[in-house]
Design a protein around this ligand. Structure first.
Ligand code: NZQ
Ligand code: ZN
Length: 395
C-alpha cells in the first residue's frame, strides 16, 4: 500500500448541535450566506433555529434559497452573485447533498472571475480547478452523500444535460455541523435512496479498488452491514433518532476518504448514474439502486472472487470455492432484494427510463473518467458497449 490520507474538516456530531451554528460560524466570518433547498428547512423549522443561533452570536446573514435536487450551474451563478452583492464572508449549507454541493461551488465561484461552469469537469480542454474558496460550513439535513465532510461537489448543466463534478482541497468544509435531529423529517423514500447512496459509495471502492487492502475491506463491510441494519430501522420508523444518527454517521464515513484510504477508488456506477440523472432529473440514490446491481452482475463475471467475499461476509452465503460465480450472483440478488425491501426501484422502467438514449448515457458517462482508449475507468474498464449492455440488463 502507498497512499496519503487528508481530511481537514472539523466534525461536530450529535443531536441538538444545530444550536452551536452561530458560535461555529462566528469563528469563520461576520456575514454568512445561508444556502438552502426547495423549502424543507423552512417547513421543518430548521431554518428558524439556524437563524436564531446566528443572531445570538451576532453573525449577520443573507440567503440563497431554492437550490434544486441535482443542483444547476444557474443556481451556483445566482448564489455567487448574492454572496458578492451582500459581502458574504462565510457560506453555510443548510440542506441535503444538493444544497451542500451548490454551496461549495458558490464558495469557490465568489472568488473566481470567470463562469463557474469552468470549475466543473466536463471534458473541456482547460478545467479550472479552484484553489480558493470562502470558508464553508455544512449542516446536512439528509444522510446520503457525505458531502458534509468531503471536498467534492456535483453540479448539473441543464442546457447541455451534463452532470459532473469537481473535487479539490479548497472545497473541504471548515466545519461539518451534523445534527441527526435535522434528518427526522426526511420522507421514507428519500431515506431509502440515501441508504442506497451510502452503500454504493462503499461498494465503488470495494469492487473497483486495488488488491491487497484487507483492513479497508473490513471497514467497508462494517459500513455496509451497519447501513443495512440501521437503514432498515430508519426507513421503518423515521422518528427513530438512534437509527437516524447511525445512518448519518455511516453517510459521513462512507465518503470522507477514510474507508477509501489506499484503495484508489474508481466510481463507474456513479458516472453512469450521473448521466441518467442529468437527462431525467431522477434522485441520485434511486438511480444508483438500479445501476449498481446491474453493474455488479457485469463486473462479477470478470472478477468473481471479490463478489464471493461480499456474498459471504455481508449475506452469510457459503461459496464452493473463491471464484464461485453462482454464489457471487446470489449475493448480488440478496443486495437487490434488500434495496427493494426498503422501497428503492431496481429497474429503469420504474424510473420511467427506456432505451432511447442509451448510447448518449454511455458517451456522457465516459466524459471525464476514461482511459486512453475511451473506456470508463473501473474494474474492469467499460467500453461504451459494456455500459449500454449494463443499462439494457436493467430495463
Ligand atoms: O430541497 P429541499 O426542500 O430541502 O428538499 C429536499 C429534496 O427534495 C429533501 N430534503 C432534504 N432534507 C430534508 C428533506 N426533506 C425533508 N426533511 C429534510 N430534513 O430531500 C430531497 C433530496 O435532497 P438532495 O439534497 O437532492 O438529496 P441528496 O442529499 O441525496 O443529494 C443528492 C445530490 O448530491 C450529489 C448527487 O449527484 C445529487 O446531485 N452527490 C454528491 C456527492 C458529494 N458531494 O460527495 C457524492 C454523491 O455520490 C452524489 O453524487
Ligand atoms: Zn453517491
Amino acid at each position: 500500500m502507498d497512499f496519503e490520507f487528508y481530511n481537514p474538516t472539523h466534525l461536530i456530531f450529535g443531536a441538538g448541535k444545530l444550536a452551536q451554528l452561530g458560535d461555529v460560524a462566528g469563528k469563520h466570518g461576520k456575514k454568512a450566506l445561508i444556502v438552502t433547498g426547495g423549502g424543507s428547512v423552512k417547513r421543518s423549522g430548521i431554518f428558524d433555529k439556524a437563524v436564531a443561533s446566528l443572531n445570538a452570536a451576532g453573525v449577520a446573514y443573507a440567503e440563497c434559497e431554492g437550490v434544486e435536487p441535482n443542483p444547476r450551474i444557474t443556481t451556483v451563478r445566482r448564489g455567487a452573485q448574492i454572496a458578492r452583492d451582500e459581502g458574504s464572508d462565510v457560506i453555510i449549507a443548510l440542506g441535503g447533498g444538493s444544497t451542500m454541493d451548490a454551496a461549495k461551488v458558490i464558495a469557490a465561484a465568489v472568488l473566481y472571475d470567470g463562469d463557474p461552469w469552468d470549475l466543473i469537469g466536463h471534458g473541456q480542454e482547460n478545467w479550472v480547478i479552484p484553489n480558493q474558496a470562502l470558508p464553508i460550513i455544512t449542516v446536512p439535513t439528509l444522510a446520503a452523500t457525505g458531502s458534509e465532510m468531503n471536498c467534492g461537489a456535483v453540479i448539473s448543466n441543464d442546457e447541455t444535460k451534463v452532470k459532473s463534478f469537481v473535487q479539490t482541497e479548497c472545497l473541504f468544509p471548515k466545519v461539518a455541523l451534523v445534527d441527526p435531529e435535522l434528518t427526522l423529517s426526511v420522507p421514507k423514500d428519500q431515506t431509502a435512496y440515501g441508504v442506497c447512496d451510502i452503500i454504493t459509495h462503499v461498494t465503488e471502492g470495494y469492487f473497483n479498488g486495488v488488491d491487497g487492502t484487507p483492513i479497508q475491506d473490513r471497514f467497508a463491510e462494517g459500513v455496509i452491514l451497519n447501513t443495512i441494519a440501521w437503514g432498515q430501522k430508519a426507513v421503518a420508523d423515521g422518528s427513530d433518532l438512534e437509527a437516524r444518527a447511525q445512518v448519518q454517521w455511516a453517510s459521513i464515513v462512507a465518503l470522507n476518504g477514510f474507508v477509501q484510504a489506499g484503495v484508489e477508488m474508481l466510481p463507474p456506477v456513479h458516472m453512469i448514474e450521473h448521466a441518467l440523472s442529468a437527462h431525467h432529473d431522477i434522485t441520485h440514490g434511486a438511480g444508483l439502486a438500479v445501476v449498481n446491481p446491474a453493474w455488479m452482475r457485469f463486473a462479477a463475471k470478470a472478477r468473481p472472487a471479490k463478489f464471493v467475499q461480499f456474498a459471504e461476509r455481508i449475506f452469510g452465503l457459503r461459496a464452493k470455492n473463491s471464484n464461485d460465480l453462482d454464489c457471487a450472483l446470489k449475493g448480488i440478488e440478496r443486495f437487490e432484494d434488500f434495496l427493494k425491501s426498503i422501497g428503492c426501484p431496481t429497474r429503469l422502467s420504474e424510473l420511467g427510463i427506456d432505451d432511447a438514449l442509451f448510447s448518449q448515457y454511455a458517451d456522457d458517462a465516459v466524459l471525464v473518467l476514461h482511459d486512453e482508449d475511451g473506456n470508463l475507468l473501473g474494474r474492469p474498464p467499460m467500453s461504451k458497449e459494456d455500459i449500454v449492455g449494463v443499462l439494457r440488463s436493467a430495463l
